[in-house]
Design a protein around this ligand. Structure first.
Ligand SMILES: *[C@@H]1O[C@H](CO)[C@@H](O)[C@H](O)[C@H]1NC(C)=O
Ligand SMILES: *[C@@H]1O[C@H](CO)[C@@H](O)[C@H](O)[C@H]1NC(C)=O
Ligand SMILES: *[C@@H]1O[C@H](CO)[C@@H](O)[C@H](O)[C@H]1NC(C)=O
Ligand SMILES: *[C@@H]1O[C@H](CO)[C@@H](O)[C@H](O)[C@H]1NC(C)=O
Length: 713
């Protein structure tokens, strides 16, 4: 009798212990993690994704329009239907839309002189009921005005292209330049033209870069290529966030606006163009090219083998370009869903993708939005099965990315201190799917985690191997890009705050980019016919998020960072070998970072071993937190409160866009800028600035190792 009454509490205690072991041990979350990619959860998810994409891309949805507000409601109600608490956060921001455009080419030497006025329309193919809602082709934030002048062909419009013209004795001053898209950010195309003295810019899509050379290629809808009337639109703004609120959030309510720069002040910022420009099609560009005489352009400036011979001019073709845009303050909507963390609700793992598109946006960006909704669906399912993440997961659907990363930047600026003290990582997907082949970029402490996640997902284009195995076929270790470019919403997180970040996609560049042909039919025919690449993108995105949200110790590896910094330093060092710049401070700081990375890895290993004993766990949860905070904050140490010289919003001294190409990803942008200036001026003072930037960067790296070490000096 006594034995049995004693046995009840003992049994209960054993059950209780078992409960603790299963609920708080790492194996408990790994059950949910394998469920995340299990057949039971993802059967038919390709159809769900396809349905989301179809709904999101029915109509063109440019930022600030009703159609995009409707798309925001769709994302909001979908999050909500998956039981994720959600909200819409609005900002009032400065956006531009086209009012009128005209482009006339005059051939003064023909007899009589002939003039043609281009209609500037993209051809509508039958079966697209909302094509008439597409905005007239334009450049966002283009300068309103008229530019008339002889036309000069300047290849991709890079600084070196103008150097080539100079060597050929061609004077660009007072001309309207014809530039082809393809190598640099279009805002830099217009800036470089202005600096060279041009009065206007026409940017066309060369068949060689987007049309697929060869007469067999007719263009979409017959094949995947850009049709000859297709036009790539896009922004010229090279800053980040609302141009009228640099560094602070564009919050407004119905009765009060926030502080804003005047139009003149915005112009002085140097981030908006100062001469008019227009984007045009291959057909129109080809027509203008045929009106240009003068010297034959270099071989690498030519087009497809069957194109006409390109000459540089100036003239005799004469262009008259007029553009008028409207500048308005419109409301935009970020949609935000939150899964609160069970143990560390004040630590954030943030997933982000934008929603606004220049036209229908099937690839850019709604392949990513469809994947985000799929991640949300699976998280909702895990929640219903009892999963609660250790840390808080936040799903963000940004607005007005196309205009200049506005939705994400305003949110980051508004929440700067909270993010700087609490955000563990930011995971971006923009053009999620445009074809086969996985690509990733990351801040280097996340390299290992990416490799692990890709080992758990089958390659949708070859299910006999994992994405990781396909990824490494071309090289021994997978090629991971870096996040110095200004091309997507990771920029404010990495470059302004210093948050470890990732950006993933399937496919890469695609020919109908930013044209009205980036639509659901293109995706279904060419981008991802079965939507299995979308499913795989959601799997990797979610798995990376789950590891970051659930692992007791953050899966950050700073040895990768040290190796990456060593390589980048070597590259810069080689550029200025004969200039007497001393790179020893950086090499030294990298060695310290390496030591600190090893030290914290060993501390974690030691602590993990003691944690096999359940009873010790609660006792040192503060110690776990302290180690994680060091891992989280080490990335912040790469930022400098003064920012880059002349570009104070960019705080990160390792990753920021190149001054000459906002899309180019640069390591050590401060040193790189200074070298660029010094090469031009070649004065002692200018080379001294390079040395100063070397010191400043080495201090940031040293700060990162101090944070990792966790000791005060
Ligand atoms: C280029 O042309 C402009 C005006 O047409 C003129 O003022 C300038 O001196 C020229 N530059 C050179 C280097 O010939
Ligand atoms: C250029 O075009 C505009 C608009 O069509 C017109 O008003 C202007 O007179 C033209 N300028 C020249 C020099 O042809
Ligand atoms: C698919 O994967 C298998 C197994 O790794 C490999 O042997 C084969 O070459 C791959 N096929 C393609 C088309 O890459
Ligand atoms: C989803 O994938 C299956 C094959 O796995 C395919 O039969 C189906 O057509 C796909 N659904 C869509 C919408 O593409």
């Amino acid at each position: 009798m006594i034995i049995t009454t004693l046995m009840i509490p003992i049994c209960l205690y054993i059950i209780y212990l078992l409960f603790i072991i299963t609920s708080s041990s790492p194996s408990s979350y790994s059950i949910y993690h394998s469920l995340f990619t299990s057949t039971s959860l993802i059967t038919n998810s390709n159809s769900t994704i396809s349905h989301h994409l179809y709904t999101l891309t029915r109509r063109p949805h440019v930022a600030g329009t009703q159609a995009n507000a409707d798309a925001a409601s769709y994302v909001f109600s979908t999050f909500t239907s998956y039981s994720l608490p959600s909200r819409i956060t609005s900002y009032h921001v400065s956006l531009t839309y086209p009012i009128s455009r005209s482009l006339t080419l005059t051939h003064p030497q023909s007899d009589p002189p002939t003039s043609i006025t281009f209609d500037l329309n993209q051809k509508i193919y039958s079966g697209d009921p909302y094509a008439n809602e597409v905005l007239p082709t334009f450049h966002a934030y283009a300068k309103s005005g008229t530019a008339v002048g002889k036309v000069v062909y300047v290849n991709y419009g890079r600084v070196e292209d103008y150097d080539t013209l100079k060597q050929m004795g061609v004077n660009v001053s007072g001309t309207v330049v014809l530039v082809r898209y393809g190598e640099i950010f279009r805002g830099d195309i217009v800036r470089n033209a202005h600096l060279a003295g041009a009065v206007g810019v026409v940017v066309y899509t060369d068949k060689k870069d987007y049309g697929g050379c060869g007469s067999k290629n007719k263009g979409y809808p017959d094949d995947r290529w850009m049709p000859s009337s297709g036009v790539q639109v896009g922004t010229l703004y090279s800053g980040a966030g609302d141009p009228t609120t640099p560094g602070w959030a564009s919050i407004s309510s119905s009765n009060a606006d926030c502080e804003r720069l005047s139009d003149d002040e915005v112009e002085q910022s140097g981030d908006v163009p100062l001469i008019p420009s227009l984007p045009i099609s291959w057909a129109d560009g080809d027509f203008i090219l045929r009106s240009i005489g003068g010297q034959v352009a270099n071989a690498d400036w030519q087009g497809c083998p069957d194109s006409s011979v390109y000459r540089v001019g100036p003239g005799p073709g004469f262009l008259n370009l007029t553009y008028t845009g409207s500048q308005v303050i419109n409301a935009i909507q970020n949609v935000i869903a939150v899964i609160e963390g069970a143990i560390e609700p004040d630590r954030f793992v943030i997933l982000g993708n934008h929603r606004d598109a220049w036209t229908f946006g099937a690839v850019d960006p709604n392949s990513g939005t469809a994947a985000l909704l799929e991640v949300a669906r699976r998280f909702g399912k895990l929640k219903r099965k009892g999963w609660r993440p250790r840390r808080t997961i936040i799903l963000c659907n940004w607005d007005a990315e196309e205009y200049g990363l506005i939705g994400s930047t305003e949110w980051v600026e508004e929440n700067r201190e909270m993010l700087a003290s609490r955000a563990v990582a930011y995971l971006n997907v923009d053009c999620g799917v445009s074809g086969p082949g996985f690509h990733a970029s990351a801040t280097p402490q996340l390299d290992e985690l990416l490799k692990q996640a890709t080992q758990q997902v089958r390659d949708p284009d070859n299910i006999s191997q994992t994405i990781y195995e396909s990824w490494i076929t071309s090289s021994e270790s997978p090629l991971i890009g870096r996040l110095g470019g200004g091309g997507s919403d990771y920029a404010p997180f990495v470059q302004h705050i210093g948050i470890p970040s990732v950006d993933i996609l399937f496919g890469g560049g695609y020919p109908v980019y930013h044209s009205m042909y980036d639509d659901f039919v293109w995706m279904k025919k060419f981008g991802d016919p079965m939507f299995h690449r979308h499913v795989a993108a959601a799997s990797i995105w979610g798995l990376v998020a789950l590891q970051l949200a659930d692992k007791e110790f953050l899966p950050f590896n700073y040895l990768s960072y040290a190796n990456e910094l060593q390589t980048s330093t070597k590259v810069l060092h080689d550029v200025v070998l004969d200039k007497g710049i001393d790179f020893t401070p950086i090499y030294k700081s990298i060695r310290n970072l390496e030591k600190a990375a090893n030290k914290i890895a060993n501390q974690i290993k030691a602590l993990e071993e003691t944690r096999h004993f359940i009873l010790l766990r609660n006792k040192d949860s503060f110690k776990v937190r302290e180690l994680n905070d060091r891992l989280m904050m080490a990335e912040r140490a790469f930022t400098d409160r003064n920012g880059l010289l002349g570009r104070p919003w960019y705080k990160h001294l390792v990753y920021a866009p190149s001054s000459h190409d906002d899309y180019g990803s640069k390591s050590f942008p401060g040193i790189d800028d200074a070298i660029e200036v010094a090469k031009n001026l070649n004065t002692k003072e200018a080379w001294h600035v390079v040395q100063h930037e070397v010191w400043r960067t080495s201090r940031a790296i040293t700060h990162a190792s101090l944070v990792l070490n966790g000791d005060l000096t």
